[in-house]
Design a protein around this ligand. Structure first.
Ligand code: 26Y
Length: 823
């Protein structure tokens, strides 16, 4: 009998239809005539994953056979986006599926829309992790992603009277066809309790942790299919369950309700993603989440992934753990605990292995974003880990003091333990001490890490610091999200190789001077704009004119990112047109699009959202600017919306205060989709501008040294208000209640914050920004020249493929290699 898996035999339309109907009938339990759209989607997802299954099993078999050095990417967030299209692309099934479904009277596109995206991340850091695992799979790197299977991802944003209201994101409620739960492989994680001395058989005094409570971690596996290479890697996300002990307690205790509450307590750990993305709040549950997934992952790797007889002294030859920011840094003392307490190694031996297997990526420059765990909390939840951290710190500071005698101030600055305002553990310091490499995420960011944020460490550990500029996956963010451009590029370059070798886009450069190519490039952009207009009409009842310039700013709402600058620009134009200072005929018709979620507890960010919506309501309703200025702020910006918004953009807004945005990755997505950037000299904008050339980039604003200098000299925002009439008129208009039904109190906090504090120098950069926007208008008026620049942005953007980022990590950090494919 033929025992070959069906999936490898039936790559035909008929074969697919047979598989699909079988899945619908026997998997979903419905027949076609009664199947809901959700039934149809779930059956399709399960059918598609069958086609990937053989490759997955083969990848796993091959991986454990060759025992190559692997990478484990530890991240509290993986912002995956929808899975269906990516899986179809990887398995090269799109055409077969489209045709097969259409024969059944089903629209693939309708089923695509039925998927609820897994929003298991806040923004850039989470999306970066998702791009990286895509690239690792595509490049044949043996690797695994480890994270948390939040039951609720990033909240769903709604607007009520223009104000953000958060709704829970129950992404699992209609079924989750992409995951493979393995409750039988659950691992136990301990918390709390106390530590005591004990003497082992050979008389050595050791420390023993007697935990106070435990939970189970259940692994859920997700396929991470490589593009066109037959490889399928694994993403393993952990879900918290109550242990059997909990169940027994339920059984034995008289108080059934109390026992069930205890169970809920355990399961709370993976219940919800924290929606704050830069102000760590020292929340106990967050520390529980961090330790939970890290402990599960290390145990999984040591006990399950490594062979039974593996000699752990060789760990550095087999694995490198990449720490995505400080969130998984508790892995460092956890591995020490495993080696010293469980495997009974001597401290020094353990430390020498631990120092070879971790590296740390920092994603911020804001001092308030660095995690510091109160000692009281860490000691209560993880008493043994706190002891281990203290010992690591003691030995580290001994070295510092030896290198810098009589510099106690320096030792205090560098200490892993902070003393003020309360005793706390500085996770970034712990990470830096233990890491093989510490990297920033763009050239400027890495420079500032070395020169400022971690300067003492860069001196103490020369060679430990490096840069790896972020990247984005061209599969999702060009090939899938921009089929029009992809088709054009493939035709122009004569093959699809650019999808895995993005530097080939260079080949488009000469075509920037080809009028016919420019026309076709414009047609693609115009079609993308019409597609977006259609989506927003349906999704948000927003009615936009595709024949306007699409000026887009999408990212988390943060004061440092300065959505405020863009609002002030809109208000300025509006005020000038309304007062007759500006002839509407001289204004380039623009659609000012925003997409942004604010952390639920971030007051000022939420006020700014209310202001954008209020300005939008007023401007969009005013006949005086009709057809010239339109504000569009679709709610609930997420990966799915990004995929239609970004390909439709003409202008990309990257306007953070210089020295604050670590990298940005949206900036790269816009560039590769043929938008021009208006931006500051910040994050990866610096590299974008270097590559594309000054003449194809609208640079404005203070540089990082200028910012530092101005702040040093004493920044007084009111002076700009006093001396700049345009700025004054705009702020006065907001303060007058013009956008709040005459109520002057509504936006008073925003205006007075700008006038008296303005931490991110909005007013200082206002005029430079408005002037740069005038240059944008002038450039946009020359359609051919604009298109030429847009094409050059695409042609010169190949560097920003996350495949290149992965090569850099492999060379500079992991010292690992792709493996030859198994077939
Ligand atoms: C600790 C907790 C409050 C926290 C949770 C999430 C802290 C930070 C974050 C997320 C940070 C983040 O997304 N940072 C962004 O990382 C991107 C990828 O490197 C960068 O491009 C971007 O500049 C940076 O803001």
């Amino acid at each position: 009998a033929n025992t070959e898996p069906i999936a490898t035999r039936e790559r035909t339309v008929e074969g697919f239809v047979r598989e699909y109907l079988r899945e619908l009938n026997f998997g979903q339990g419905v027949d076609l005539s009664r199947a809901s759209v959700n039934d149809q989607y779930l059956a399709l997802a399960r059918t598609v994953r069958h086609y990937l299954m053989v490759r997955w099993l083969e990848t796993l078999r091959h991986q454990s056979e060759i025992q190559a050095k692997s990478v484990a990417y530890l991240s509290a967030e993986f912002l995956l986006g929808r899975q269906l299209d990516n899986a179809l692309l990887a398995a090269d099934l799109t055409d077969i599926v489209e045709e097969g479904l259409s024969g059944l009277g089903i629209s693939l596109d309708e089923l695509r829309q039925a998927e609820v995206e897994p929003g298991l991340g806040n923004g850039g850091l989470g999306r970066l992790a998702a791009c990286f695992i895509d690239s690792l799979a595509t490049m044949n790197v043996p690797s695994i992603g480890y994270g948390i299977r939040y039951e609720y991802g990033i909240f769903r944003q709604t607007f009520v009277d223009g104000r953000q209201v958060e709704k829970p994101d129950s992404w699992l409620s209609l079924g989750s066809p992409w995951e493979f739960p393995h409750p039988e492989a659950a691992v136990t994680v301990s918390f709390g309790g106390s530590v005591e001395d004990w003497t082992d058989d050979d008389g050595t005094v050791r420390r023993r942790w007697n935990p106070g409570w435990r939970v189970l971690g259940v692994p859920y596996n997700y396929m991470v299919p490589g593009y066109g290479n037959g490889r399928v890697n694994t993403l393993r996300l952990w879900s918290a369950r109550a242990t059997r002990a909990f169940d027994l307690e339920i059984f034995n205790s008289g108080d059934y309700a109390q026992a069930v509450r205890a169970q809920t307590f355990a399961e709370n750990i993976s219940k919800v993603l924290y929606p704050e993305d830069s102000t760590p709040q020292g929340k106990e549950l967050r520390l529980q989440q961090q330790y939970f997934f890290v402990a599960c992952s290390l145990k999984d790797f040591v006990d399950q992934v490594l062979p039974d007889d593996f000699d752990l002294t060789r760990l550095p030859d087999r694995i490198h753990f990449q720490l995505n920011d400080t969130h998984p840094v508790i892995a460092i003392p956890e591995l020490m605990r495993i080696l010293v307490d469980e495997k009974k190694w001597a401290w020094d031996e353990a430390w020498s292995v631990v120092r070879q297997v971790f590296s740390y990526t920092c994603h911020t420059l804001l001092p308030e974003a660095l995690e510091i765990w109160p000692v009281e909390l860490l000691g209560r939840l993880l008493p043994r880990h706190l002891e281990i951290i203290y010992r690591i710190n003691e030995e580290f500071l001994e070295g510092v003091r030896a290198a810098h005698p009589d510099d106690e101030i320096r030792a205090r600055r560098m200490s892993i333990v902070a003393e003020f305002p309360e005793r706390g553990i500085r996770m970034a310091h712990l990470a830096t001490v233990a890491a093989v490499k510490v990297n920033g995420v763009a050239a400027l960011h890495s420079q500032l890490l070395r020169d400022k944020v971690l300067h003492d460490f860069a001196e103490y550990y020369p060679g430990k610091f490096t840069n790896v500029t972020n990247g984005i996956t061209p599969r999702r963010f060009v090939r899938l999200s921009n089929p029009g451009l992809s088709g054009l590029v493939t035709e122009a370059l004569g093959s699809e190789k650019w999808v895995t070798d993005l530097d080939l886009l260079k080949g488009l450069e000469p075509l920037a001077d080809d009028a016919e190519f420019r026309r076709r490039f414009r047609d693609v952009k115009a079609a993308n704009k019409r597609r977006l207009v259609g989506v927003l009409a349906e999704r948000d009842d927003l009615h936009l004119d595709p024949d306007t310039m699409f000026d887009v700013m999408v990212k988390r709402l943060h004061e440092y990112k300065r959505q405020m600058l863009k609002v002030l620009h809109v208000v300025t134009l509006y005020e000038q047109i309304s007062t007759g200072a500006l002839d509407p005929a001289d204004v380039t018709p623009r659609t000012f699009a925003f997409g942004a979620k604010a952390a639920p507890g971030y007051r000022m960010a939420k006020e700014i959202i209310a202001l954008i919506n209020a300005v939008g309501r007023t401007v969009n309703a005013d006949p005086a600017v009709q057809g010239r200025l339109t504000v569009a702020f679709p709610a609930n910006y997420n990966v799915t919306l990004a995929e239609t918004l970004i390909p439709a953009a003409d202008l990309s807004e990257q306007i953070s205060l210089a020295g604050k945005e670590a990298s940005g990755t949206g900036n790269m997505k816009f560039m590769l989709n043929g938008a021009l950037t208006i931006g500051t000299d910040d994050g990866a904008n610096v590299e974008i501008r270097e590559l594309v050339g000054d003449e194809n980039f609208f640079l404005f604003g203070l540089t990082e040294p200028e910012v530092a200098d101005l702040v040093e000299r004493g920044y007084r925002p009111a002076s700009y208000y006093e001396t700049n009439p345009g700025l004054r008129h705009a702020l006065d208009l907001i303060a007058s209640g013009a956008f709040s039904g005459g109520d002057r109190t509504v936006f008073e906090p925003i205006v007075s914050n700008l006038l008296h504090e303005d931490r991110f120098l909005v007013l200082a950069d206002f005029q430079a920004y408005v002037d740069a926007q005038a240059r944008v208008d002038a450039a946009y008026a020359d359609t051919e020249a604009w298109t030429r620049s847009a094409i050059l942005n695409v042609a010169r953007g190949g560097f920003f493929s996350s495949d290149r980022s992965m090569r850099d990590y492999l060379d500079r950090v992991w010292h690992a290699h792709p493996v030859p494919p198994s077939a």
